[in-house]
Ligand binder design. Structure first.
Ligand code: UGA
Length: 434
C-alpha cells in the first residue's frame, strides 16, 4: 500500500485517485480549484464520465480517499505524488507547461520537510525533455533537494479514453514507467504491483515520447480510415467498413481505431498531434505525415456538408439538425468536437442549425450560440430538411425510420456509420464511406 497524492482532479487526476484507492492505496486528490474539491468531498464528480460516480462512491466507502486544496501539505506526507494538471495548447500548437511547473513548485515546497525518498511522477502529457528541464528544476529549487538524492522522479503517461476512463485505469493494457533511477521506478512499480498489465521501464524522455507516439499513431489511423472512406465514396459501390474488416483481419493492422467518421476531436488527439508537429518544427523537423493527419481531419466535417448538398441542394434557409455534439458518444466533452466545425460550416452556407446531444448541449451552445439547442432528438428533427449524425452515442444505433417522420424532407447523412440501414426505409439516407 502506497500513500499517494495526486495534483489535479480533472479527467485524469480524479479517475486515477479513484482507481488507486480501489487498488488498495491511500489517496488524496488535490486541486487549487476549491469549488471542485468541495464537490468531490460531497461525492460529486465535476464532469460526466460513465461509471465514475459509482466508482467514486465505492472508493469513498473505503475511507482511504480524501480531497484537499492544501497541495503542499498533502504532498509532504505522500510517498508518491502524481502531477496530473493540464498542458493547454498555445496559439502555435506548442504546449503551455506553466501549470505543470507551478504544481511542481508547490509540491517541492511541501517536500522540503519530507523524509525518506518521495517520488514525483508526471502524468500530464508533456513533450520529451519537459520532466528533466521544467519539472526537475522547479522541484529542486522549491524543495532545496536534489533529484536522485532527496527525491525520485518518474514520467508515467496515461492512456485513458473518455467514456471508458475508469475501466482503462483499473485494467490498462500496459504501464509505462519512465524513471530517473531504479529507486524511483521501483516506488512507482509498487503502485501498479497488483495489475496484470505489461510494465515497461524506460528513461524519462522515452516515456514522454511513448505518449505522443501512441496518440499520433491512433490519430493517423483514424485519418487513414477517413481517407479510405472518402476514396470509397469517390470510387462508388464500396463500403469502407467491409474494407476495414478485411484489412483488420491482418494481425499486423487490427481493426481498432479504423472507424471512419467526421474526424477525431477531444482534448487529446488534435492537441497532441499539433504539439508534436510544433516540437518537431522547433527542433528542425517538419513532419509531413502529422500535417496530413490534421489536414484530413479538418476536411471531414465539410464532407458531411457536401453529402448534404448533394442530396438536398442549396442549404440556404434549410433547417439542418445535428445529432451528437460532444466529440464522441459517452462523453459531455465538446473540446475540439468536429460538430463545432460542422455547425460553423453549415451556418456559413446559410442553414438554420439545430443540435441535440444527450449530455453536451449546453456546453455546445456556449461555444456556438447560433445553433439552436433542442431538448431531445425528436424536437431537433421536427421540420428539419436534413439531419447529420455526427458522433457515436449508442442511442443513434436504435433510431428507426419513424423517428425521422417529423422531418420536412427526410435527408439523413450518417457521418458516423452508426444508423441501422435496414430500419431506414423511406429515409433518403447517405452514409459517409458508402
Ligand atoms: C485518447 C486516447 O485514446 C487515450 O488512450 C488517451 O489517454 C487520451 O486520448 C489522452 O491522451 O488523454 P480520447 O480522446 O478520450 O482518448 O478518445 P478516443 O476514444 O481515443 O477518441 C478520440 C477521437 O477519435 C474521437 O473523436 C473519436 O470519435 C475518434 N475516433 C476514434 C474515430 O473517429 N474513429 C475511431 O475508430 C476511433
Amino acid at each position: 500500500m502506497t500513500r499517494i497524492c495526486i495534483v489535479g482532479t480533472g479527467h485524469v487526476g480524479l479517475v486515477y485517485a479513484v482507481a488507486f484507492t480501489l487498488q488498495g492505496h491511500t489517496v488524496v486528490g488535490t486541486d487549487v480549484d476549491a469549488a471542485a474539491i468541495a464537490s468531490l468531498r460531497k461525492g460529486k464528480p465535476t464532469f460526466y464520465e460513465p461509471g465514475l460516480s459509482a466508482a467514486l462512491a465505492k472508493a469513498r466507502r473505503t475511507k482511504r480517499l480524501s480531497f484537499s486544496t492544501e497541495i503542499a501539505a498533502e504532498a509532504s506526507a505522500a510517498e508518491v505524488v502524481f502531477l496530473a494538471v493540464g498542458t493547454p495548447s498555445r496559439e502555435d500548437g506548442s504546449i503551455d507547461t506553466s501549470y505543470v511547473e507551478s504544481a511542481a513548485r508547490t509540491v517541492g515546497e511541501g517536500m522540503r520537510a519530507a523524509k525518506g525518498y518521495p517520488v514525483v511522477a508526471v502524468k500530464s502529457t508533456v513533450i520529451p525533455g519537459t520532466t528533466e528541464t521544467v519539472v526537475r528544476p522547479a522541484l529542486e529549487a522549491a524543495s532545496g533537494k536534489a533529484a536522485g538524492e532527496g527525491f525520485g522522479l518518474c514520467m508515467n503517461p496515461e492512456f485513458l479514453r473518455e467514456g471508458s476512463a475508469v475501466e482503462d485505469a483499473l485494467h490498462p493494457d500496459r504501464v509505462v514507467i519512465g524513471c530517473l533511477d531504479k529507486r524511483s521506478g521501483d516506488a512507482l512499480a509498487r503502485v501498479y504491483a497488483k495489475l496484470r498489465a505489461k510494465k515497461l521501464r524506460t528513461d524519462l524522455r522515452t516515456a514522454e515520447m511513448v505518449k505522443y507516439a501512441t496518440n499520433a499513431f491512433l490519430a493517423t489511423k483514424v485519418s487513414f480510415a477517413n481517407e479510405l472512406a472518402d476514396l470509397c465514396d469517390a470510387f462508388g459501390g464500396l463500403d469502407v467498413d467491409r474494407v476495414v474488416e478485411g484489412m483488420g483481419l491482418d494481425a499486423r493492422i487490427n481493426p481498432r481505431f479504423l472507424k471512419a467518421g467526421l474526424g477525431f476531436g477531444g482534448s487529446c488527439f488534435p492537441k497532441d498531434v499539433r504539439a508534436l508537429l510544433a516540437a518537431g518544427r522547433a527542433s528542425g523537423y517538419e513532419s509531413a505525415l502529422l500535417r496530413a493527419t490534421l489536414d484530413v481531419n479538418d476536411v471531414q466535417p465539410r464532407r458531411a456538408v457536401a453529402l448534404a448538398e448533394a442530396a438536398a441542394g442549396d442549404l440556404r434557409g434549410r433547417r439542418v439538425a445535428i445529432l451528437g455534439l460532444s466529440f464522441k458518444g459517452g462523453s459531455d466533452d465538446i473540446r475540439e468536437s468536429r460538430a463545432i466545425l460542422l455547425a460553423r460550416a453549415l451556418l456559413e452556407k446559410g442553414a438554420v442549425v439545430v443540435g441535440y446531444d444527450p449530455e453536451a448541449s449546453s456546453a455546445f451552445h456556449a461555444v456556438v450560440p447560433d445553433v439552436e439547442i433542442a431538448p431531445d432528438a425528436a424536437s431537433a428533427l421536427a421540420q428539419a430538411d436534413v439531419c447529420i449524425v455526427h458522433n457515436d452515442w449508442p442511442a443513434w444505433r436504435r433510431l428507426k425510420a419513424k423517428d425521422f417522420a417529423g422531418m420536412r424532407r427526410k435527408v439523413v447523412i450518417d457521418g458516423r456509420r452508426i444508423l441501422d440501414r435496414k430500419a431506414m426505409q423511406g429515409v433518403e439516407l447517405r452514409v459517409l464511406g458508402g
